[in-house]
Design a protein around this ligand. Structure first.
Ligand code: NAD
Length: 362
């Protein structure tokens, strides 16, 4: 059976890492019917937008996509092309596994955390009022009438929105994820002691949902305490669920704990659609140099294999990548602290090495 998958190479380094990832995915023996659609800076001139409609249509049709990074060109009307894509398709859950692979230069060993970040609400909902505008003045007037003079007249305002619906579906998603992947604990992140009606609601809902999953341990942490705990003893965490902003910050912190962007995969998932993509961006300064690490995108492909139910192929691919890292020969500059004695491998050599491992295993 062939899987129809939308493949978006993106721009910048996207083309190189997409080609490398496509090759390793095909080497697992799983058959794909790729529908390749172009987005990003490269199509701006032709379509006047980095996110043409045919990209969204293709994902809606296939319900699954593998995506390279896309540059958000300045002055396109998008705050971020990637946020626009997630919003248009209601991809409400962002999954960011942060796993230590032996051989990766990193301060910590044994970290294996999966961050589940809410993708649609919170301070990212885009409800903002610019300082000095009539809208801001109107809102400040309303706030002054109801809350006293808590808001200065020269304020810019961003609204933090957290709903019961949004909280329930993301926390449920985290618990379902934990069950599917035999994880033991879910930790909810919040600042409910201060933001009682937004984070407080998130926490209340998280506690309610946790009761439906007695087989999985549940705990919560204030976000400030969480950052300290993550730095001191990250191995204690398993699945972490968070509202949008804390999830964003904690994801990068955790990527840093396990060696950085080159090995940080991700997925954005909705009710019946999923887009798999590395955490990193298009790193334009490295475009076309066959230099950057394709492993974050390969590991995103590994997550896609799990999503498709091809778990055996997923584990084989992950093991092949882990072996290449552990050997330390065919790895890119970001995983090689000492490039003086032995030059780093290029993007395509990493793909060749992973494919060799897959072939050796057969
Ligand atoms: P970036 O992630 O593209 O690059 C930051 C730095 O990280 C690079 O200069 C490089 O040193 C390193 N890096 C990134 N990916 C790497 C890899 N695979 N291997 C080795 N090193 C790697 O972040 P940026 O420079 O802030 O953003 C560039 C563009 O990418 C922006 O237009 C931004 O909007 C976009 N972006 C897109 C996505 C996405 O498509 N999901 C995510 C983040 C940023």
């Amino acid at each position: 059976m062939a899987y129809s998958v939308t493949l978006i190479p993106g721009d910048g380094i996207g083309h190189e890492i997409t080609e490398a990832t496509k090759r390793v995915l095909e080497a697992t023996g799983v058959v794909f019917n790729w529908e390749i659609v172009y987005a990003g800076a490269d199509v701006m001139d032709k379509y006047g937008t980095p996110l043409p409609n045919y990209v969204l249509e293709s994902i809606r049709k296939n319900r699954i996509a593998l995506k390279g990074p896309i540059t958000t060109p300045i002055g396109t009307g998008f705050r971020s092309v990637n946020v626009a894509l997630r919003k248009s398709l209601d991809l409400y859950a962002c999954i960011r596994p942060c796993k230590f692979y032996p051989g990766v230069p990193s301060l910590y060993k044994g970290v294996d955390i999966v961050i589940i970040r809410e993708n649609t609400e919170d301070l990212y909902a885009g409800i903002e009022f610019e300082k000095g505008t009539p809208e801001a003045a109107k809102l400040i007037k309303l706030l002054t009438e109801t809350k006293g003079d808590a808001v200065r007249l020269d304020s810019g305002i961003s609204i933090k929105v957290i709903s019961e619906t949004g909280s329930r579906r993301i926390v449920k998603f985290a618990f379902e994820y934990a069950r599917t992947y035999q994880r033991k604990k879910v930790t909810a992140i919040h600042k409910a002691n201060i933001m009682k009606f937004s984070d407080g609601l998130f926490l209340t809902v998280a506690r309610e949902v946790a009761e439906e999953y007695p087989d999985i341990e549940f705990e919560d942490r204030l976000v400030d305490n969480m950052t300290m705990q993550l730095v001191k003893r990250p191995q204690q965490f398993d699945v972490v669920v968070a509202p949008n902003l804390y999830g964003d910050i904690i994801s990068d912190l955790c990527a840093g704990l396990v060696g950085g962007l080159g090995v940080a995969p991700g997925a954005n998932v909705g009710e019946d659609m999923a887009v798999f993509e590395p955490t990193h961006g298009s790193a334009p300064k490295y475009t076309g140099q066959n230099k950057v690490n394709p492993m974050a995108m390969m590991l995103s492909g590994m997550m896609m294999l799990h999503h498709l139910g091809e778990s055996k192929a997923a584990y084989r691919l992950e093991n092949a990548i882990a072996e290449v890292i552990a050997e330390g020969k065919n790895i890119t500059y970001d995983l090689k602290p000492d490039t003086a004695s032995e030059p780093p491998a290029g993007t395509s050599q990493v793909a060749d090495a992973v494919i060799n491992k897959l072939v050796e295993e057969n």
